[in-house]
Design a protein around this ligand. Structure first.
Ligand SMILES: [Zn+2]
Length: 393
């Protein structure tokens, strides 16, 4: 859309420019305006000094924040595991084994069926304020099915992640080394043209540290950035391995010991917490407070997937993080925007400053505090992505 656009009469603007505005990490400004030109933020400042523009959106005193950056989602799948969820809520433990159920359904689905699910979920996320979303493969687990999952994901996002090492598929159950060889060789070669990242589910019952190291280093050699599912179901070597290999993010971080926290604190690797998974598996939440107090950079993401966290809602994750993980509302909002951007090594999203992408969420609320204060309430009034209005409730 050409021409300039002024978002005016903003009661509270979250910029995430540390030290600006109120001087805090959210860089809060009161009575602000944002000028958008050619999909980028052109100017941020007091509403009374706002420059003229071709069009205007009146925020009517509401809060405006950068669009959420959901840095962890599994959207390319078929089928539904509602029955598994119900069984878990009736007392069965979560083991990760249900992933194979989704693999079967995904392999049997057509491209158009997978594409329709991805687009439905991305639309759902957008309506809840998400403007950047990472999407993983990992329910194909053959060379052709992983490549097509990433090809379909790449139609809707640049943040695509090759997760051939999600689980060892049934046909390789008694020869996991052979499967790791496939992932590092032909599967990576077929996936890499559509992927920015490589990821491994490093957990007991999935892939051990040697396998994870082999896969991540092969991915890095192919030009992909590393990220990791680690320490979700129990303690393990995943977090330390991720830090050692320079992963952008280690995700879950539910079971950490002091050496894990120390390793993260001294590194640029982000700890991405996924409280939707603990909610949906009725598991203990990660200790965000411990990580923040140690100086670790924390991100929040949905982990949207049909098994262990079937939510696309970043506001829900913010509310969980505040209520269950001892984050302040400001820390949770930062983690869901700027933190997600750090986890994707992006400096053009999750922030509202000149030259950033014009991704803005206008709330039906006067303050970012309401995202946690009013859980479950649809507070997203309008979303701009690249300066273009996406939806209006
Ligand atoms: Zn995940």
């Amino acid at each position: 859309m050409s021409g300039s656009l002024l978002v005016d009469n903003i009661g509270e603007l979250v910029t995430n420019v540390a030290g600006s505005g109120d001087g805090g990490p959210l860089g809060l400004r009161r009575d602000a305006a944002v000028l958008v030109e050619e999909g980028r933020v052109a100017w941020v400042g007091p509403a009374r000094y706002a420059p003229a523009a071709d069009r205007r959106i009146d925020a009517e005193g509401a809060a405006v924040l950068p669009g959420f950056v959901d840095s962890h989602a599994h959207l390319v799948f078929a089928g539904d595991r509602a029955a598994e969820f119900a069984a878990r809520m009736a007392g069965e433990p979560y083991t990760g084994g249900g992933i194979r159920t989704t693999v079967g359904a995904t392999r049997a689905a057509s491209d158009d069926e997978l594409r329709a699910t991805v687009r439905r979920l991305v639309g759902e996320a957008t309506r809840q304020g998400t403007t950047t979303i990472e999407i993983k493969s990992g329910y194909g687990l053959t060379v052709a099915d992983e490549a097509r999952s990433l090809r379909i994901a790449a139609e809707v996002t640049g943040e695509t992640t090759f997760l051939g090492a999600h689980v060892v598929p049934a046909e390789y159950a008694d020869r996991p080394d052979d499967y790791v060889g496939l992932v590092c060789g032909p599967m990576l070669a077929a996936a890499a043209p559509y992927a920015r990242w490589v990821d491994v589910f490093c957990e007991r019952g999935a892939f051990d540290a040697d396998h994870a190291r082999a896969i991540l280093t092969a991915g890095q050699a192919a030009g992909l950035g590393a990220r990791l599912h680690a320490n979700q179901l129990g303690p393990g070597p995943g977090v330390r391995l991720g830090v050692e290999l320079g992963a952008a993010s280690v995700d879950h971080c539910t079971h950490l010991d002091d050496t894990d926290v120390d390793a993260l604190a001294g590194s640029p690797t982000v700890a991405t917490l996924l409280p939707g998974a603990e909610f949906s598996t009725r598991s203990p939440y990660p200790d965000a407070r411990r990580l923040l107090d140690a100086g670790v950079t924390v991100a929040l993401a949905t982990d949207c997937n049909p098994g262990s966290s079937y939510t696309s809602s970043m506001p829900f994750c913010v509310a969980l993080a505040v209520r269950e993980m001892r984050m302040t509302p400001a820390e949770a909002v930062w983690a869901a925007t700027a933190g997600g951007a750090r986890a994707l090594r992006r400096d053009d999203v999750g922030v509202l400053r000149p030259d950033a992408r014009a991704d803005l969420t206008i709330l039906d609320a006067p303050s970012h505090l309401h995202l946690a204060y009013r859980p479950g309430v649809p507070l997203i009034r309008q979303v701009l992505h690249n300066g273009v209005p996406q939806c209006r409730s």
